[in-house]
Design a protein around this ligand. Structure first.
Ligand SMILES: *Cc1c(COP(=O)(O)O)cnc(C)c1O
Length: 362
């Protein structure tokens, strides 16, 4: 067997210099305080609010719990309109919170929920829209806002991919009633495990603050809660990584532009940020002509030790436990999309290699 010398995965966890992390660990040892709204958690929350340009942010233990806390804080019941083109957590959480997901197909250009199709799915049981900024590209926030106001719906954005993104200079997490983030090890900014709930409303923030720590403050019990807290060790990783995020996004941008340049002659669709977008280059999806081409490219890359990912697959409306109504645009895209390796330790010649293997396969 010939072992390929390359071993490139779609993402790779960035780890900061060990000494820097250890200096935080020493602080934790000295204070003897490891979790329960510790000093580093509060420090990370303050730094994140400043960096992201938002008023209220609760740091939690992952992006899925962030979504659960969001639905709970808005007291949602009934039907929630959502996208079929996202990670499985987005729609699972709706069921988990005893609501019903109603899938609205995506727009063929943005790959985010199609605002033109939202209104026809609204009925008297509809209470909210839960949409994902897919790959960090924004939903049509203006159109969604208009529809939500008209029909008195809450809006939650799953912003797991959209860390640091701005639309015309406005931070993306300012839109909607709540935005959630994931700080999982595979994301642009990570704290190993972690997430956040962001809102502009102090009352909503207070509910999330209480709910993430069992619903009580000291001996005073206010509401039903869960354990959504995160630890000082996780916050320390965030404090190490946050100052490097600007540089990391720049490296991702250069690699993405390299891919664009290398692949431009091929019959492949790529996504490109518009001039009004400050993008974070979270992913580099390529959309092939059809399923067979996608499989051929995927296998050909894997033979060379390059591991792209079918992200997203399947369409969430097609999951056996959802059985949502058809979403032809999303169902088509999931058959022929691949995300190429992209992370800030990927080298330029590695990206060139990925592109040259793809070119050869064509
Ligand atoms: C990663 C991700 C989540 C889940 O976040 P975790 O921190 O892994 O729980 C939710 N939604 C989307 C779109 C994601 O990419």
């Amino acid at each position: 067997m010939i072992v390929p010398k390359t071993n490139l995965h779609v993402t790779k966890t960035y780890l900061p210099p060990l000494d820097e992390y250890l200096s935080y660990v020493r602080e934790i040892w000295e204070e003897g305080w490891v979790t329960n709204n510790g000093r580093l958690v509060q420090q990370l929350e303050n730094h994140l609010k400043q960096f992201l340009g938002v008023s209220y942010l609760q740091y939690v233990n992952n992006g899925t719990v962030a979504l659960q806390l969001a639905l709970n804080a808005l007291k949602l019941k009934g039907k929630i309109l959502t996208t079929p083109y996202s990670y499985v957590a987005t729609s699972s959480v709706i069921h988990w919170e005893n609501c019903q997901p109603v899938f609205v197909d995506i727009h063929p250009e943005t790959l985010c929920i199609d605002p033109n199709l939202i209104e026809e799915h609204i009925d008297e049981q509809t209470t909210a829209i839960l949409a994902t900024h897919v790959y960090g590209y924004p939903c049509d926030v203006a159109a969604i806002d208009r529809i939500a106001k008209k029909h008195n719906l809450k809006v939650i954005y799953d912003g797991a991919h959209a860390f640091g993104v701005k639309i015309n200079g406005t931070p993306i997490y300012q839109y909607g009633d709540i935005s959630t983030i994931s700080f999982h090890a595979t994301k642009v900014f990570h704290t190993v495990e972690g997430g956040a709930v962001i809102t502009n409303e102090p009352e909503v923030d207070e509910r999330v603050f209480l709910s993430k720590a069992f619903g009580h403050r000291g001996d005073e019990h206010y509401r039903i809660g869960i354990n959504g807290k995160n630890s000082e060790f996780h916050a320390a990783m965030g404090l190490c990584n946050l100052p490097r995020i600007g540089e990391a996004i720049l490296q991702r941008k250069q690699l993405s532009e390299l891919y664009q340049e290398q692949l431009k002659e091929l019959p492949i669709r790529t996504l490109q940020p518009s001039d009004s977008l400050s993008y974070n280059y979270a992913y580099f999806p390529i959309i092939l002509e059809d399923y067979n081409t996608m499989q051929r490219i995927k296998q050909g890359l894997e033979e060379q030790g390059i591991f792209p990912r079918r992200y997203f697959y399947p369409a969430l409306n097609q999951l056996p436990y959802h059985q949502g109504s058809p979403c032809p645009v999303a169902e088509d895209i999931v058959q022929r999309v691949l995300c190429l390796p992209l992370h800030n330790t990927l080298k330029e010649d590695e990206a060139v290699l990925v592109a040259s293997v793809i070119k050869q396969l064509f």
